[in-house]
Design a protein around this ligand. Structure first.
Ligand SMILES: NC(=O)c1ccc[n+]([C@@H]2O[C@H](COP(=O)([O-])OP(=O)(O)OC[C@H]3O[C@@H](n4cnc5c(N)ncnc54)[C@H](O)[C@@H]3O)[C@@H](O)[C@H]2O)c1
Length: 460
């Protein structure tokens, strides 16, 4: 194991003390990773109960395999503790990693309500020689233009001086919740400093905490942009897949066959169409990009297409059943995707809202949520296996459980709208229509073409 030194100044084979600001779904696994590589880690959070739990060697996040063991081990080895005091942690640390959320406001602008106070509180504790790294996704230019002056003002130190001031870099966090440790070990770690010394110090830090390759980009802006470009690419790609799905449906062609065929050419990477895109990242970061670059018109259009998929689903159900007034409808899957207990930007919420607006009585089930949590979405909880009066089922996540759905539970069922194309193999009784996204109508053995509609659904 590397030698613990204080202060740590980036020499190879040495480790020091790191403060991780924000003990959430990403910050806590980062803390565990750094401690496992020999660093002394101080976790900072504003929630006292989180800090108390962590200081007992326990965790409050349960959907990250291996997290509890790693934290228990680091705590027992004396390499991990938590505090609510940013200044105290920053005062002891050689490196401060910022991983509290920056979200999206109602008007689709970056919302800094957590990161700004976290930055000011950290700034108050900075000491000469410390490195601050932002890992939270930021609009291009924020590390240099927004947070450098804020840290300078709060600390009274100059940025860029490794002896008398502090160093500053950006390094995007690109992991996928539920497999964070695997991704930390395998994805190249991008790093960009606001100056060369900051970039080099940040690269040295990541080389000492990760087995993955570290790529030092020439500026913080390049690293910020790389994360926004990667997530926006995926959103635009999905929007294209959704438009292709609408066209495939109209032509009586199966979009899955098309995508498989296209993607057999190594330069084609068409993503999956579906009922929409949720989660912290993909629906949010195109807005961060566009907030500073209005000339980028494709990302804004793609957001509209992807958000419009909920309306496509509701229209398809209405087309099958007629009016939804007083119609019992079951929504399956409420989290933004299967296997992650996270409701951030889930499309289930606008789906429930829209079905309700059209007069439907909405029930819902998610294998990861309790009755109370389901009720908070505005739907009534339904329990797996219970009989129900539902005329329609709308599938919003691809949870494995849903593949064992038994249509016999729902004698009144008329239509299944499969928003993730994950139930295509489930046998449905005569008289129940299956509608997938870009899946053609093959009832009666022939594929029917349909008139163009504003969206992409298909019938089986
Ligand atoms: N969740 C993901 O899948 C994911 C993936 C890649 C990157 N990210 C990045 O990580 C960031 C954080 O995401 P997350 O999922 O860990 O968020 P989270 O909501 O799970 O956790 C955020 C934590 O920060 C704490 N916090 C809020 N204000 C604070 C403050 N002023 N000081 C200290 N702590 C504070 C909260 O109490 C909470 O514990 C995101 O904004 C995103 O940029 C997230």
């Amino acid at each position: 194991m590397s030698q613990f030194v204080s202060p740590w100044r980036g020499e190879p084979e040495t480790v020091g003390t790191v403060a991780v600001i924000g003990m959430g779904k990403i910050g806590l696994p980062l803390a565990a990773q750094y401690a496992a590589r020999g660093w002394h880690v101080i976790g900072v959070d504003v929630l006292p109960w989180v800090v108390e739990t962590l200081n007992k060697g326990r965790v409050h996040i349960f959907d990250e395999p291996g997290l509890d063991e790693r934290i228990a081990e680091a705590h027992a080895a004396g390499r991990f503790r938590a505090t609510t005091s940013h200044a105290e942690a920053a005062g002891e640390a050689d490196v401060v990693v910022m991983i509290v959320p920056v979200m999206l406001s109602e008007v689709k602008e970056p919302d800094y309500r957590y990161m700004d106070p976290a930055t000011q509180a950290v700034g108050a504790g900075l000491h000469p020689g410390v490195l601050v790294v932002y890992e939270t996704t930021l609009p291009v230019g924020d590390t240099r233009e927004r947070y450098r002056p804020m840290l300078e003002a709060a600390s009274g130190l100059h940025c860029g001086d490794p002896d008398e001031g502090f160093l500053l870099a950006f390094s995007p966090e690109r992991v996928y919740t539920g497999r964070t440790f695997h991704d930390l070990e395998t994805y190249p770690k991008l790093v960009g400093g606001v100056d060369a010394t900051s970039g080099a110090r940040a690269a040295a830090f990541y080389r000492s905490v990760l087995p993955a390759e570290v790529w030092q980009l020439s500026t913080a802006e390049a690293a910020e942009f790389a994360k926004l470009a990667e997530t926006t690419y995926r959103d635009v790609n999905i929007a294209l897949a959704n438009q292709f799905a609408a066209y495939a449906e109209r032509m009586g062609v199966d979009i899955q066959e098309v995508i498989r065929g296209s993607n057999s050419q190594p330069f084609s990477h068409i993503h999956q169409p579906g009922i929409g895109v949720g989660g912290h990242c993909i629906p949010v970061y195109p807005h961060f990009l566009v907030s500073r670059a209005p000339e980028l018109t494709l990302p804004a259009l793609s957001r509209q297409v992807n958000d419009g998929q909920v309306g496509v689903a509701v229209q398809a159900v209405e087309r099958e059943l007629g009016s939804l007034e007083g119609t019992p409808v079951l929504v399956l899957g409420l989290t933004y995707r299967e296997d992650v207990k996270e409701l951030a930007y889930t499309r289930a919420l606008p789906l429930i809202e829209r079905l309700t607006f059209h007069g439907a009585e909405v029930w819902a089930h998610d294998p990861l949520l309790s009755d109370e949590e389901v009720a908070r979405t505005g739907a009534r909880p339904w329990h797996w296996g219970d009989a129900g009066p539902f005329r329609a089922i709308v599938v919003q996540t691809g949870a494995k459980q849903f593949r064992s759905l038994d249509p016999a539970w729902f004698p009144e069922l008329g239509v299944v709208y499969d928003g993730r194309n994950s139930l295509r193999e489930v046998p449905l009784p005569e008289g129940v229509t299956y509608v997938g996204v870009g899946v053609p109508d093959v009832r009666g053995g022939s594929r029917a073409r349909r008139a163009p509609v504003a969206g992409g659904s298909g019938r089986r």
